[in-house]
Design a protein around this ligand. Sequence first.
Ligand SMILES: CC(C)(COP(=O)(O)OP(=O)(O)OC[C@H]1O[C@@H](n2cnc3c(N)ncnc32)[C@H](O)[C@@H]1OP(=O)(O)O)[C@@H](O)C(=O)NCCC(=O)NCCS
Length: 144
Amino acid sequence: VHVASPADAEGLLPLFRDFYGKHLESKGVASIRRNLETAASVDTVLLALADGSPAGFASLRLLPQIETGRTHAELSDLFVDAGHRRRGIGRQLMQAAEDLARKRGASRIVLTVGADNRRARAFYRALGYRDFGVATAKRLEARP
Ligand SMILES: CC(C)(COP(=O)(O)OP(=O)(O)OC[C@H]1O[C@@H](n2cnc3c(N)ncnc32)[C@H](O)[C@@H]1OP(=O)(O)O)[C@@H](O)C(=O)NCCC(=O)NCCS
């Protein structure tokens, strides 16, 4: 597992395609590279290689927190290629994310997981994550 740089955009593209599917707006290597550069100050992408090939990624958002002055750490995404699951890659990605968050001064990691995503919920639970709230969202329609 290593911190992805814009040079990893090509390796990330197939993983992004599988994970984000039709929601993927960055359709090419150049736009992924650009997005990595733009997000670099707040979002760190961790890339896992298996036998030298991209097998999974995690992204960790680190933000300053007003009330404590410490760092708020939020796992924004996690994906392991279907052919590489149940081999500990997800666990290694989370270990790297936790190490990074700790190093940057965070005292916990929060994340949102789909209520019906049983596999991911079992995974996070096995790693020691516990539910603590309800996520809520509102779609913002474009205003003319
Ligand atoms: C969730 C995900 C990242 C797990 O990755 P992984 O590399 O398969 O996980 P690991 O092999 O490191 O599993 C670690 C532990 O988590 C638990 N776990 C993982 N997958 C599980 C499953 N399908 N069912 C039950 N427990 C599971 C097990 O305790 C496992 O340890 P074990 O294999 O020794 O029993 C992967 O299934 C994935 O990419 N899913 C699709 C994307 C997704 O839902 N991402 C999360 C978005 S919030």
